[in-house]
Design a binder for this molecule. Structure first.
Ligand SMILES: Cc1cc2nc3c(=O)[nH]c(=O)nc-3n(C[C@H](O)[C@H](O)[C@H](O)COP(=O)(O)OP(=O)(O)OC[C@H]3O[C@@H](n4cnc5c(N)ncnc54)[C@H](O)[C@@H]3O)c2cc1C
Ligand SMILES: NC(=O)c1ccc[n+]([C@@H]2O[C@H](COP(=O)([O-])OP(=O)(O)OC[C@H]3O[C@@H](n4cnc5c(N)ncnc54)[C@H](OP(=O)(O)O)[C@@H]3O)[C@@H](O)[C@H]2O)c1
Length: 433
């Protein structure tokens, strides 16, 4: 008998889970991918930077999974709103939660909630055209911006701030966002690490790209680029070398300036009705390896603070969740009887797209071992269930119509291959004219 599995979330973890289920030969399977947005691919569509087109092309691979005859896509269906865990366990043999990590971690410092203090999650959603964020949300009317954090998301955000709108014209950035980027007043960007270059989380390829920006000089202070010792992994050695080369370079007068700073932690975001500055404290590592303040401060006159200090998952109604790890507790992907987890919700918000493939494979191995020889309860019942709730899911064909409308929009604007449609209404109009 066919094994019916619901995968919740259509990011890389969800789609790799569907693929691993279909590709195993032990059981005939039917996989339904339920996604809260009308569009598939999770952070591949709404996270990967618009100018990283080669990475975005991974969507072509994920698409082939959704087109397998054993896989169905149900867009616009939210676990917790339209369906509950009980509903799903009533119609499927197993459920795999793959809802990622969609909110920002907090800094926990005064001024964090001032207007102009922005989570990178929101800023990324804005330039990626996520329906949760209005394209008019940000006006880049300040000359100095601080980006807190030295991970790859911070590097993406810095690059988008540093580039000209013309450089981003051929990308899928929503048109209103592109116009707002074109009106940006930003002249100086400060990227701030609370530890040293040897501890930075960005990867070498991504770091190097900052040195190739046509519109910005990259500046590093020699004293902040200095490191103690030489015994670092190759990637880290590469980062240090690049940063030290930049430290020896003079600015050549490009329109924007990027200051990459280390050993500074944010202690207060200043301002009364909006951000007027960022107070930083110089740091060092204490004997136990923790970041410690030195009591030496400096203030940057920034009008915007972008907090890029990591993402975190949110609990799903009816699903166990650890407030300590901010993940769903699991053993090799097993949560409870017939419930499983994969991706960022399983292991936390780290790792590249490919990491989710082996992660999903592990979860599927656990699922198949558990269900081996068990009575099947699953059916095709989700459609009737959704219809009884008045939910009309976005089908895969309707998603293709949204894609076609995005390509047509790009053509009509004389831009690249695709320009994102923003807002649920616009997407639904495109697929249900
Ligand atoms: C800004 C950013 C840029 C990145 N760039 C790169 C890069 O260039 N290269 C790279 O290799 N990696 C990159 N990554 C990492 C990569 O995106 C992640 O490893 C990967 O997306 C995690 O996959 P996931 O499926 O667990 O989560 P996600 O991709 O977040 O997918 C989760 C899906 O679940 C859906 N969902 C959420 N809640 C519900 C619900 N209640 N019901 C139904 N559906 C729900 C969401 O809408 C989403 O589609 C980036 C990450 C970020 C944050
Ligand atoms: N091109 C790509 O391949 C790409 C692009 C984007 C994202 N990704 C991946 O997606 C994942 C998430 O990336 P991310 O950048 O969000 O997270 P990340 O790699 O964990 O980086 C978070 C950064 O925030 C800093 N930070 C955390 N708390 C802080 C605090 N309270 N004050 C100051 N700084 C703080 C961290 O410093 P500490 O180290 O000191 O904690 C670190 O520099 C990563 O695995 C990343 O590689 C990949």
């Amino acid at each position: 008998m066919t094994l019916h599995v619901a995968v919740i979330g259509s990011g890389p973890a969800g789609i790799y889970t569907a693929e691993a289920l279909v590709k195993q030969s032990a059981e005939p399977v039917a996989v339904d991918v339920l996604e809260r947005l009308p569009t598939p691919y999770g952070l591949v569509r709404y996270g990967v930077a618009p100018d990283h087109t080669s990475i975005k092309s991974i969507a072509g691979y994920l698409r082939r999974v959704l087109e397998l005859p054993q896989v169905r896509f149900f867009g616009g269906v939210t676990l917790g709103t339209h369906v509950s865990v009980e509903d799903l366990l009533g119609v499927y043999d197993a459920v795999v939660y793959c809802t990622g990590a969609m909110v920002d971690r907090k800094l926990g410092i005064p001024g964090e909630n001032l207007p102009g203090s922005v989570a990178a999650t929101d800023f990324v959603n804005w330039y990626c055209g996520h329906p949760d964020v209005d394209p008019s949300r940000f006006t880049l009317d300040t000359s100095e911006v601080a980006v807190i954090g030295v991970g790859n998301v911070a590097v993406d955000v810095v690059r988008v701030l540093a580039k000209t709108a013309e450089e981003l014209r051929a990308t899928d950035v929503p048109h209103e966002v592109l116009e707002r980027l074109g009106q940006s007043q930003v002249k100086a960007i400060h990227m701030i690490g609370r530890r040293g270059p040897e501890h930075a989380k960005f990867t070498l390829k991504e770091l190097r790209e900052l040195g190739e920006l046509a519109n910005a000089d990259v500046c590093v202070r020699p004293e902040e680029a200095a490191v103690l010792g030489t015994d670092f992994p190759r990637q880290v050695q590469g980062n240090i070398k690049v940063l030290q080369q930049w430290a020896a370079r003079e600015p050549v007068g490009r329109p924007r300036r990027l200051d990459v700073r280390f050993w500074l932690r944010p202690v207060e975001i200043l301002g009364t009705s909006r951000v007027e500055g960022l107070r930083l404290e110089r740091t060092r590592l204490s004997d136990d390896g923790r970041v410690a303040g030195t009591g030496e401060y400096e203030t940057l006159p920034v009008g915007m603070v972008l907090r890029s200090v990591g993402y975190q998952s949110v609990p799903l109604p009816g699903v166990p969740f650890s407030e300590k790890t901010m993940t769903v507790p699991n053993a090799a992907g097993r949560v409870r009887d017939r419930e499983y987890v994969a991706g960022w919700l399983k292991r936390g918000p780290t790792g590249v797209i490919g990491t989710n493939k082996s992660d999903a494979a592990e979860t599927v191995r656990t699922l198949l071992a558990d269900l081996d020889g068990r009575q099947r309860v699953g059916s095709d019942g989700i459609e009737a269930l959704l219809a009884s709730r008045g939910v009309q899911p976005v089908t895969y064909e309707e998603w293709l119509a949204i894609e076609a409308a995005e390509m047509e929009l790009a053509r009509s604007l004389g831009r690249g291959e695709r320009v994102k449609l923003v807002g649920l209404e616009a997407m639904l109009r495109a697929c249900r004219p």
